[in-house]
Design a protein around this ligand. Sequence first.
Ligand code: IPE
Ligand code: IPE
Ligand code: MG
Length: 246
Amino acid sequence: MQSNVALKPEAVARLHVGIIMDGNGRWATRRGLSRLRGHEAGVEAIRRIVEAAPDQGVGTLTLYAFSSDNWRRPKAEVTALMALLRFYLANEIAALMRNGVRLTVIGRRDRLPDGIAAAITRAEAETCDGTTLHLRIAIDYSARDAILNAAARAAGTGQLSRESFADLITGETGLRDVDLIIRTSGEKRLSDFLLWEGAYAELHFTERMWPEFDADDLADALASFHRRERRFGGLTAIAPAEVANL
Ligand code: IPE
Ligand code: IPE
Ligand code: MG
């Protein structure tokens, strides 16, 4: 689909966008469908957005798929979500590789049902050469736990900087802070998502439910992002290309 943002991806620093993919359940129940149908439609939306993101100047896309607090949901829904995740990992690798997408998964792996951690490791290994987009999927993820674990690992290691601590939190070297966090479904909260990396993120809230979110909605969010002035505490706007070097 044609993007309506006039951006040459190579002309600007590639952005890091995070999305809190919310509203699957409400989208489905409003249509008289089961919540599971909403989660299935949510997977279709993931496919659309992963495909559209690189052409819109996105280099890193972090998708919130399952929070550590989502274990509180009814067992049947959790089981269905885990089955969908298994299905996604098994069926998506070829398309991700074809599109040059590198997949990594953030969050805890030790509480996932049997076989899923191994499927994640395999998907990460098979897509590791992708350079078009770095897709990060947050599963059993809690930003506070990520910070806490990094603090535990950092204890006693001596000199620590914001950058080296961020590497401990993200598990990556020099991962770009998240530039823009989008949340669908009209909720206006972060629900424990990217609390450290999002210190200066622009926030975009839309009423759109995640299953209906498409490339045009992403373009709208990015257009709104590009109209804003990011100052990082200073007095003048800082261009995206310079943000990475802050
Ligand atoms: C987001 O949709 C998906 C997950 C949290 C797994 P929800 O399931 O939270 O949908 P609503 O908020 O109940 O509509
Ligand atoms: C946040 O959505 C987590 C994901 C989208 C995976 P929730 O629907 O779980 O968040 P709350 O409970 O409304 O804050
Ligand atoms: Mg929700």
